[in-house]
Design a protein around this ligand. Structure first.
Ligand SMILES: [Zn+2]
Length: 416
């Protein structure tokens, strides 16, 4: 099931995309980040100070816009008794509709309760909104295990989002090769091979200790100079659960902490691809089933809804780029209800004009609206069906959007 968190992320992402496009005509767009615990009255005092500073802005229109925005924020804040647990983010400014002439800007305010707690107080007035802190919350929080290894040492680390956490460094005590010649050389070589074997065993144990119980561990990457890393990997020193998570074996210069940083730098693309692999797998499963028999799958909004309602869907695949809204219409005359799906850009039109009732010919008005993913999720939850979001970053994701109406389903059993 798509977690509530996923849905919140999706909504936030959509809003951020919208806010990102907004440019102020001057330095007049206000971004305000307030962490939990800060007294609302103190924030309002700050804003009054900003107000008196802004009164000195030379450009008449900019000044007017900034002052108006500040007043709007202050009025909004007065409705809060305290800042919500994750903090509060407000964006406010004079925004023009795309085709409207200059001077027709209207003050818009956006209040966001972030999906993760914010820790810093920030006030900015600029020609754009400051979205980076919120954007960071949307980044993949997958965790990766990292091992840098050579004959002398091994370093263990975790990569969480953008943060590298160095866990440990152990040394082998294995002396360098080729110190003596003749008979003693062979004996010496046997000894160091034995020592290397013991060292690899120890590296395997440390890997288990650090990685086996790490929640959300999406993969492990091994790096190091020379052939040691491959010897370690081939020798089955890693717990089988960890070995199945190996994403790559990479050549790097060192096996110490600097090796870990190099490993992350080298694997940037590899790490980004991981989230897409699962999406690709799901889409391929759908396409393979479709190729065999169209009885095992469904696609398009109406068909998928039909199967969802009778509980025969195993998995719903939805394009995360699908911008469709499900509007519930209700006749103001006879009460007849109907459901229509519309693109986001047509919502305003439908809301202002309504539609014609099929039963009595009266006017139908919008009584509720939901994003299609939210709508699908509610239906899917009732029948314990999985929803998988598929981005258009992969070829199959584009195919889902363009060839299958953005919605596809893998069915639980064959329907005749
Ligand atoms: Zn009617």
């Amino acid at each position: 099931m798509v977690a509530i968190e996923e849905l919140k992320k999706l909504k936030l992402n959509r809003l951020l995309e919208q806010l990102e496009k907004i440019k102020g005509r001057g330095t007049e767009l206000i971004s305000l980040y307030i962490p939990f615990g800060r007294a609302v009255s103190l924030v309002i005092n700050d804003l009054y100070e900003e107000y008196s500073t802004a009164s000195n802005i030379k450009d008449r229109v900019t000044r007017h816009h900034v002052l108006n925005a500040l007043v709007t924020i202050i009025q909004k804040l007065k409705l809060y008794r305290e800042i919500p647990p994750n903090g509060l983010v407000i964006f406010c400014g004079a925004i023009a509709k795309p085709d409207d002439p200059p001077g027709s800007e209207k003050i818009n305010i956006f209040e966001i309760e972030p999906i993760e707690p914010i820790s810093t107080y920030l006030y900015r007035c600029n020609d754009h909104f400051h979205l980076d802190i919120l954007k960071d919350m949307l980044k993949e929080k997958a965790v990766f295990g990292l091992i840098a290894i050579d004959r002398e040492e091994a370093t263990f680390a975790l990569l969480k989002g953008n943060k590298i956490e160095i866990l440990d460094n152990i040394t082998s005590g294995v002396p360098g090769k080729h110190r003596a010649g003749g008979q003693s050389a062979r004996r010496f070589e046997r000894i160091i091979e034995e020592m290397a074997h013991e060292f690899y065993k120890r590296v395997g144990e440390y890997a288990s200790k650090y990685f086996l119980n790490t929640p959300n561990l999406k993969g492990i990457i091994i790096g190091g100079p020379g052939p040691t890393k491959k010897e370690f990997y081939d020798g089955n020193y890693l717990h089988y659960q960890l070995k199945s998570k190996i994403l790559g074996i990479v050549d790097i210069g060192y096996a110490d902490e600097s090796g870990i940083y190099e490993l992350v730098y080298r694997c940037d693309d590899l790490l980004k691809d991981v989230a897409l692999i699962e999406e690709t797998k799901n889409m391929q499963e759908f396409l393979e089933k479709l190729a065999k028999s169209s009885d095992d799958v469904a696609y398009g909004f109406d068909d998928v809804i039909k199967y969802l309602e009778n509980g025969s869907v195993e998995k719903v695949l939805v394009s995360s780029n699908l911008d469709l809204f499900i509007m519930e219409m209700r006749c103001i005359n006879c009460g007849y209800k109907d459901i229509v799906k519309v693109e986001q850009i047509k919502i305003n039109e439908l809301e202002s004009q309504g539609s014609k009732c099929k039963v009595c010919g009266g006017t139908m008005k919008v009584s509720a609206s939901k994003h299609v993913i939210e709508y699908l999720k509610e239906l899917a939850d009732k029948t314990r069906t999985d929803i998988k979001l598929i981005s258009s970053n992969i070829g199959e994701g584009k195919e889902l959007l363009n060839s299958f109406g953005g919605i596809a389903a893998i069915l639980r059993y064959v329907h005749k």
